[in-house]
Write a protein that binds this ligand. Structure first.
Ligand code: SAH
Ligand code: SF4
Length: 383
């Protein structure tokens, strides 16, 4: 039986009823209380101006929040009396960065990956992963609590959709990661939206949060160092392109035929490969950009030379880079990751056909670093 489910800003999706429980109910989203981090720079300026403060105060406050990360009490004390009074009157004296607090922190055995479980004000828990590479650090951010897309191998998809994150809750993850790194004398410079949730399903909040952390009086992350990964929400990819968003686009492909992709990613039933690839080509051509494709290797499902051949055909003429990812086992999926030999052969087939391709190392598999796994592990432990 097929059911229609309200989905992605009023669009509807036809899926089998067994998937219904995993999908977004229109009643679900909860709006958490606003924090200062939920405001765009211009909104902060407008609020201050409406209360008679000068534009310079917005710059000062933005710097305290985004550059100094509001860590030292003396920063607050150094604020001018009108600004300190405004904060006290409107925000209870706290700048309130605590839209998210770290409730658990795990470090991988090689010390290079840290996984943070962050508790939000309504008790929801989300994951942020801080990954160290030679000379650089990257934070992997969540965009939603849970996810409505129901990809069969994904721990977040298996838990279903809970709610969208507010912009401030996405910004809070960047601040938590940056504070951790600064305390060690390091600096966060790269962001990927590859944690829990589908970023383009929470488009406005994600774009606002990214604009805020890239804004110049504050953290100044370079937009070219930010990557947004999507399961393939075609209208949102087109919007992202038409709005000329300055962030890289990564598309989770995982299969190159509709039959195989729909079996792994239910969203493919709504936006099949022909539409998805057309949107990717539009993005690449309109913005002269490379599109990054994610391919999670699953033994016997998508890792044969024939799979590689069909993938090469699908990508013909497109400026593309494939990231091959090892499957991380999850409780709700019985597939296993490809053998090293199959993964290498798959990569070599792509390379031989001229498709740039990298096998991504599993960062911190011992800290449950797969998307949604720490939260799932914790629920399991609690049970
Ligand atoms: N929703 C977005 C971003 C979050 S998931 C998306 O799907 O692209 C980030 C990446 O991790 C996606 O490519 C996803 O397919 C992959 N992924 C999810 N669960 C995984 C698992 N158990 N093992 C390996 N990759 C996984
Ligand atoms: Fe959602 Fe991405 Fe997981 Fe699919 S892989 S369920 S889109 S988080």
């Amino acid at each position: 039986m097929k059911v229609e489910v309200a989905y992605v800003r009023g669009r509807s999706l036809s899926l089998s009823s067994s998937l219904k429980s995993m999908l977004l109910s229109p009643m679900d989203p909860i709006t958490p209380p606003v924090s200062l981090l939920d405001l765009r720079f211009e909104q902060m300026q407008a609020r201050l101006a409406a209360d008679g403060l000068r534009p310079i105060h917005a710059r000062t406050l933005w710097k305290v929040l985004y550059r100094e990360l509001d860590v030292a009490p003396q920063l607050r004390e150094a604020l001018s009396p009108p600004l300190a009074r405004w904060l006290r009157d409107h925000w209870g004296g706290t700048v309130n960065l605590t839209t998210a607090t770290i409730s658990e922190q795990l470090r991988s055995s090689d010390g290079m990956t840290r996984k943070l479980l962050l508790r939000l004000r309504d008790g929801q828990e989300i994951e942020t992963v801080v990954m160290g590479y030679p000379g650089r650090f990257t934070a992997c951010l969540s965009s939603q609590a849970g996810c409505a897309m129901g990809c069969v191998f994904c721990a977040t998809g298996q838990m279903g959709f809970v709610r969208h994150l507010a912009p401030g809750e996405i910004v809070s993850q960047v601040i938590a990661a940056q504070r951790l790194l600064r305390a060690e004398g390091n600096e966060l410079r790269n962001l990927v939206l590859m944690g829990m949730g589908e970023p383009l399903h929470n488009y406005d909040a994600v774009m606002q949060a990214l604009d805020s952390v890239c804004h110049s009086p504050g953290m100044c992350i370079a937009p070219s160092r930010v990557s947004v990964s999507t399961v393939g929400l075609v209208p949102a990819i087109i919007r992202f392109t038409d709005e000329r968003r300055p962030y890289s686009l990564a598309v989770s492909l995982h299969a190159a035929t509709d039959e195989e992709r729909s079996a792994l990613l239910p969203v493919n039933q709504r936006w099949p490969l022909a539409e998805l690839m057309e949107a990717c080509r539009y993005h690449s051509q309109r913005l002269s950009r490379r599109v990054f494709f994610g391919w999670t290797l699953i033994a016997g499902r998508n890792d044969s030379p024939e799979h590689a051949r069909i993938l090469v055909e699908l990508l013909r003429g497109l400026d593309a880079h494939i990231n091959l990812i090892r499957l991380n086992a999850t409780a709700g999926f019985d597939g296993s990751t490809s053998a090293d030999a199959s993964a290498d052969a798959f990569r070599n087939s792509l390379k031989a056909a001229g498709v740039p391709c990298t096998i991504r190392q599993y960062r911190g598999i011992d800290v449950a670093a797969g998307c949604g796994q720490l939260r799932a592990d914790r629920l399991e432990r609690a049970r």
